[in-house]
Design a protein around this ligand. Structure first.
Ligand code: ADP
Ligand code: 5GP
Length: 183
C-alpha cells in the first residue's frame, strides 16, 4: 500500500489543529481527512460518521481485536483510533491523507508507515492554550483541566516531529502549514 502522501497532525487540545486543518481542506478539497473512532460522547453539533465514528467501549474493543485500526490510544480517558481500511484504500488510490491524532497514535503510524510526515501544532504558551480551551467552551472545567495536564507531555513529543508550527497568529501559521504541503 502507500502510494499517496500521509501527513499526521498532532498537538495539545486547543492548539488550533482543527482550525488549521479546515483551512488546508479549503485550499485542497481533494485531500482526505481520516474520520477517527472514539468512545467519547459527541459534543453539541458533532455528527456520527462526519466528525467521528462514535462507539461504545465494547464496539471499540471489538475493532481492536479484529485489527481494524492502524493505530489507537487512550487519550484524556477515552479511546480514539484510526480505521485502517479507508487509509489503505485512499493511499492505494494515490490520495493525500491527513490524520489528526495524538502523539501516541502518531508514533504507531510512523512505525507502520515510515514515509508518514509528522506535523506538530504548538500553542504560543500554556496560558494561551488554556484561554483557547476555555474560549472554545466545548468542554467542562474538569475535562479542560485534564487536557491542560496532558499538554506538557504532548509538547515534549514535538521534538521527534518533522515539522513544528507555533500557532500564534492564525494567518501566519496557516501559511506555514501550507508550505509543508507544498514542499
Ligand atoms: P484543537 O483542534 O487543536 O483542539 P481548535 O482548532 O478547536 O483546537 O482551536 C481551539 C480554539 O482556539 C478555537 O476556539 C479556535 O477558534 C481558537 N484558535 C485557533 N487558532 C487560534 C489562533 N491562532 N489565535 C487565537 N485563537 C485561535
Ligand atoms: P477531541 O476529543 O478534542 O476531538 O480530541 C482529543 C484528542 O484526541 C486530540 O489530541 C486528537 O488529536 C486526538 N485524536 C483524535 N482522533 C484520534 C485517533 O484516531 N487516534 C489517536 N491516537 N488520537 C486521536
Amino acid at each position: 500500500m502507500a502510494e499517496g502522501l500521509l501527513y499526521v497532525i498532532s498537538g495539545p487540545s486547543g492548539a488550533g489543529k482543527g482550525t488549521l486543518v479546515s483551512r488546508v481542506l479549503e485550499e485542497h478539497p481533494d485531500y482526505v481527512l481520516s474520520i477517527s473512532a472514539t468512545t467519547r460522547a459527541p459534543r453539541q453539533g458533532e455528527v456520527d460518521g462526519v466528525h467521528y465514528h462514535f462507539m461504545s467501549i465494547d464496539e471499540f474493543e471489538d475493532v481492536i481485536e479484529k485489527d481494524g485500526f492502524i493505530e489507537w490510544a487512550q487519550v484524556h480517558s477515552n479511546y480514539y483510533g484510526t480505521p485502517l481500511a479507508p487509509i489503505e484504500e485512499h493511499l492505494a488510490a494515490g490520495d493525500t491523507v491527513l490524520l489528526e491524532i495524538d502523539v501516541q497514535g502518531a508514533f504507531q503510524v510512523l512505525d507502520k508507515l515510515p514515509q508518514a510526515k509528522l506535523v506538530f501544532i504548538a500553542p504560543p504558551s500554556l496560558e494561551e492554550l488554556e484561554r483557547r480551551l476555555r474560549g472554545r467552551a466545548t468542554d467542562s472545567d474538569e475535562v479542560i483541566d485534564q487536557r491542560l495536564a496532558n499538554a506538557k507531555g504532548e509538547m515534549e513529543a514535538s521534538k521527534d516531529y518533522d515539522y513544528v508550527i507555533v500557532n500564534d497568529d492564525l494567518e501566519r501559521a496557516a501559511k506555514e502549514l501550507s508550505h509543508v504541503f507544498d514542499s
